[in-house]
Design a protein around this ligand. Structure first.
Ligand code: FDA
Length: 584
């Protein structure tokens, strides 16, 4: 019957969402074709912050080392400076992306993988290149035009960018990862909430050696406040590191309600020079682009055999650095489900859980990112900046904040408080790590609502509750090398995680694997090769008896938990079987 299908899954778009979908599907052995409208992957830096959960996904897809080799490491990401220009006065500084003294060990403890700065032109070849190496067919210069679906599959009409002619391609499923102006989402009529075009921004990529301004305060973002300039008298731009310390991107806002901005070479150079505050630095402008600030998400991610992922379904400002992270994680959630359904190991209803699990995450991410943008207002207020201020007044206002006066003291207090609020943008470890899924592919165990011990957005809370990802704990293998609990699960298959005494589950897994025809790996923490020598798993799995069990999905999310001890293999098999039947 394969003759009727050119491919099993057609992925439209080769960005972070599409690249990750193609990579995961190819890794799971699914016949996949990925198309991109242009001749190559993203040619400008765009998204760059790559959080630990995404790094764990890349680790499971066996490309983490490659990503690390092309990115900029966490220790160079930490200083976020607020200044009047890079060469000018420093207003405030905040440690970001988990590098703050109080947070560094928390980040280290939460995951086997570090944060990384990985701009899209470096990330995308890792995803697409490895997808191709693992068998995905990659087709650039191919534009998606339209689709039609029926009970068996999807027929996509595409245009060959070289020849200019149109042709059709038939697939069993189609994934629309075609970005913020998704034609796929539009054609299947996905419902959206929110608004687009709330603000306008210019990206200017340039080369300049800025070592002497940043080496002593290394970071990925240098915020430049140019009082009086820009929209509403608040001129705030950013200099973003692309490569330490000679490749950069300048970001500067424009009034979206005015006539479109002129961004020719002279204007780009003027903006960059203004942000640098040093007329003598050699600057070579590489490229410019415009983008809009959006606040929009889809409430449903699929229709029939067509699913959307990434910016196609959530569009938000770059705050919190969630763009490519959320896109990659969408695809990771979807890929194993599609693989299981294609292989006939799961019913099609499993695919409905993609939307049920990811749409709430998309909503949360869009809301958080937009809120973070708004949380600059207290900072502006503390600096005496606001709507309608003339340039001179704004500059004078900022200067008054540096005076040894009562007003200066108040301003400095307000500034310190305003900077604290920015931890919700720059160290929102909880936003990054605390996703909890609720769907028919997760079986609640009657424990009631999760109790958040600290601020849910700021702090990661590991949990063995169904719907959470398996907590990370370092174990050691037979040679004494460290390995993470996350290294023992995933890989496209299900796992049963129990303890050394969890004999009953070993037998249960053997019976259930045969009955359901799925891969069911058994992880017995503390057996040889997975020794809990630090007692780290004991701590992080508190409440889970050593003779209890976790059923872990291919995306390392816990589907089911039996916390109490079970010794009878028959009982264990019945419980595990019910759980698998529900998920599949
Ligand atoms: P993405 O847009 O990356 O990829 C879409 C893919 O689909 C592309 O390969 C495209 O060619 C393809 N495509 C589109 N239509 C198609 C069609 N009809 N047929 C075939 N292929 C098609 N984020 C951030 O965190 N910091 C930042 O500074 C920026 N800056 C920024 C600048 C610009 C100019 C843009 C466009 C976006 C940003 N972003 C950003 C957002 C960030 O880039 C975004 O969140 C992720 O790239 C989303 O990844 P996706 O894979 O979903 O879409």
């Amino acid at each position: 019957s394969d003759g009727a299908f050119d491919t099993d899954v057609l992925v439209v778009g080769g960005g972070p969402a599409g690249g990750a979908a193609a990579l995961a599907l190819a890794t799971y052995g699914v016949r996949t074709t990925v198309i991109g409208k242009y001749g190559w992957v993203a040619d400008s830096p765009r998204a760059h912050i790559t959080n630990q959960r995404t790094m764990e996904v890349l680790r499971d897809l066996r490309v983490e080392d490659e990503a690390l080799s092309v990115g900029t490491p966490q220790q160079l990401m930490g200083e976020s400076v607020f200044c009047t220009s890079l060469a000018g006065e420093e207003i405030a500084r905040i440690r970001t992306w988990g590098t703050e003294d109080e947070r560094l060990t928390e980040y280290a403890a939460a995951s086997p993988s570090p944060m990384l700065d990985l701009p899209q032109p470096y990330l995308e070849p890792v995803l697409i290149g490895n997808a191709a190496r693992r068998g995905a067919k990659v087709r650039f210069d191919t534009e998606f035009l339209s689709l039609e679906q029926d009970g068996e599959g999807v027929t996509a009409r595409l245009r060959d960018g070289l020849r200019g002619d149109e042709f059709t391609l038939r697939a069993r499923y189609l994934i629309g990862a075609d970005g913020g102006r998704s034609r796929v989402a539009e054609q299947i009529g996905l419902p959206f909430v929110g608004e687009e075009g709330k603000g306008g921004s210019m990206n200017i990529v340039f080369e300049a050696d800025l070592t002497r301004y940043v080496e002593h305060r290394p970071g990925v973002l240098y915020w430049v406040l140019r009082p009086g300039e820009g929209i509403g008298g608040i001129g705030m731009g950013a200099l973003r590191m692309v490569r330490p310390w000679n490749k950069w991107m300048a970001v500067w806002g424009y009034d979206i309600n005015g006539p479109g901005p002129v961004l020719d070479h002279a204007q780009a150079l003027r903006i960059v020079r203004g942000l640098l505050g040093d007329a003598d630095v050699d600057v070579r402008i590489e490229s410019t682009s415009l983008w809009t600030v959006n606040d929009m998400y889809a409430t449903s991610y699929g229709r029939g055999r067509v699913f959307c992922a990434g910016d196609a379904v959530h569009r938000h400002p770059p705050s919190n650095g969630l763009g490519s992270n959320t896109s990659i994680q969408d695809s990771y959630n979807l890929a194993w489900k599609v693989a299981l359904v294609l292989r006939g190991q799961a019913g099609a209803a499993l695919l409905d859980t993609y939307s049920a699990e990811r749409a709430p995450v998309g909503e949360q991410v869009v809301t958080r990112a937009n809120r973070s943008t708004g949380e600059f207002v207290p900072l502006f207020k503390a600096l005496g900046l606001g709507d309608g201020l003339a340039c001179e007044d704004a500059v004078a206002g900022v200067r008054r904040g540096r005076l040894p006066t009562a007003e200066g003291a108040r301003r400095r207090r307000e500034l310190a408080d305003a900077m604290q609020l920015k931890h919700y943008e720059f160290s929102a470890h909880g936003v990054e790590m605390n996703q909890r899924y609720l769907s028919s592919a997760v079986l609640a165990d009657g424990e009631g609502e999760e109790e958040w011990r600290r601020d849910r957005d700021l702090y990661a809370q590991p949990s063995t509750r169904p719907g959470a990802k398996l907590p990370h704990a370092w174990l050691v293998d037979t040679a004494g090398h460290r390995l993470s609990t996350l290294d023992l699960v995933g890989g496209g298959g299900f796992s049963v995680v129990t303890g050394l005494a969890g004999q009953a589950w070993v037998e249960a897994a053997r019976v259930c694997a045969a009955r359901f025809g799925v891969e069911l790996r058994v992880v017995r923490v503390d057996e040889d090769g997975a020794r809990d020598v630090y007692g780290a798993w004991q701590r992080v799995s508190e409440g889970l008896d050593e003779r209890g069990c976790l059923l872990v999905r291919p995306d390392c999310v816990i589907a089911w938990r039996h916390a109490a001890p079970v010794d009878d293999p028959g009982r264990a098999t019945a419980g595990l079987g019910r759980a698998l039947a529900a998920v599949l």
